[in-house]
Design a protein around this ligand. Structure first.
Ligand SMILES: NC(=O)c1ccc[n+]([C@@H]2O[C@H](COP(=O)([O-])OP(=O)(O)OC[C@H]3O[C@@H](n4cnc5c(N)ncnc54)[C@H](OP(=O)(O)O)[C@@H]3O)[C@@H](O)[C@H]2O)c1
Length: 245
């Protein structure tokens, strides 16, 4: 696969899954915008790693929950690279709690980053993305397991799956594909934070391979979806979870 001449925006690329996606898209030849919210050192480290491998990248701070910052993210991309071909709406937050303990702030934060951020980045893509482009949004496989404490997070991902379906026919006339990827448990801060080793082990046993997913497992699936061979796939949610469900 060659992404030479293409530009990719990866939201939330300073850490975790987004970081690995940024590295692999750059390895395939794309110029990459490494978006982050609060971690310039880590974002710059990703940029340096890309540059050391001969690629081109820039770190751009933007809190995707603010529409003005999403607009600024696209403006910065166009100013630096002149085009947008790939948008990976990876930035996400998860705050697990039983319904009795969920606060309004927890609810609003998760919907603001996971749904509003994704939606308005898609709006920017509608305005600025090149024909033949690719958008990938992020859901989760955990929705299928109906686990307690995940209600708000899973609801944000359900909304993301549905907005992906709805938008497919608006993007189709521009020859832009839009899909959703639904990872299972991946070994990142988002998943590991606050969990006991015992709980993590129980998640390991829930998939077919008895291990957690690694960021590379998800980035590899992104590589498939951005390839020219995947142009007939749009409006879909693809579970990448080692057979978790
Ligand atoms: N890990 C899993 O098991 C798992 C499973 C299913 C789905 N997912 C989904 O996969 C995606 C990536 O998750 P991850 O595990 O890699 O998470 P992570 O390790 O917590 O990394 C989150 C990334 O998102 C960025 N971010 C957070 N809030 C942001 C905002 N308001 N604006 C811009 N960037 C923001 C962070 O930037 P800073 O470094 O600047 O804070 C960081 O780069 C998320 O959408 C998540 O819901 C993860």
């Amino acid at each position: 696969m060659s992404l030479n001449g293409k530009t990719a925006i990866v939201t939330g690329a300073s850490r975790g899954i987004g970081r690995q996606i940024a590295l692999q898209l750059a390895e395939a030849g794309a110029k990459v915008v490494v978006n982050y919210a609060s971690n310039p050192e880590k974002a710059n480290e990703v940029v340096r790693a890309i540059e050391q491998s001969g690629g081109e990248a820039v770190a751009v701070r933007a809190d995707v929950s603010a529409v003005s910052e999403v607009e600024a993210l696209f403006a910065a991309t166009l100013a630096r690279f002149g085009r947008v071909d790939i948008l990976i709406n990876n930035a996400g937050v998860m705050e697990c709690a039983s319904i009795g303990d969920v606060t309004e702030a927890m609810f609003d934060r998760q919907f603001a980053v996971n749904v509003k951020g994704t939606y308005f980045a898609c709006q920017q893509a509608m305005r600025h993305m090149e024909e033949g482009g690719t958008i990938i949004n992020f859901s989760t496989s955990v929705s299928g397991a109906m686990l307690p404490t995940y209600s708000v997070y899973a609801a944000t991902k359900g909304a993301t799956e549905q907005l992906t379906r709805q938008l497919a026919k608006e993007f189709g006339p521009k020859d832009i594909v839009i899909n959703c990827i639904a990872p299972g448990q991946v070994s990142t801060e988002l998943f590991l934070n606050g969990k006991s080793e015992e709980l993590i082990d129980s998640f390991r046993r829930m998939n077919a391979f008895g291990r957690l997913g690694e960021p590379e497992d998800i980035a590899n699936a992104i590589d498939l979806l951005v390839s020219d061979k995947a142009r007939w796939i749009t409006g879909q949610t693809i579970r990448v979870n080692g057979g978790f469900n």
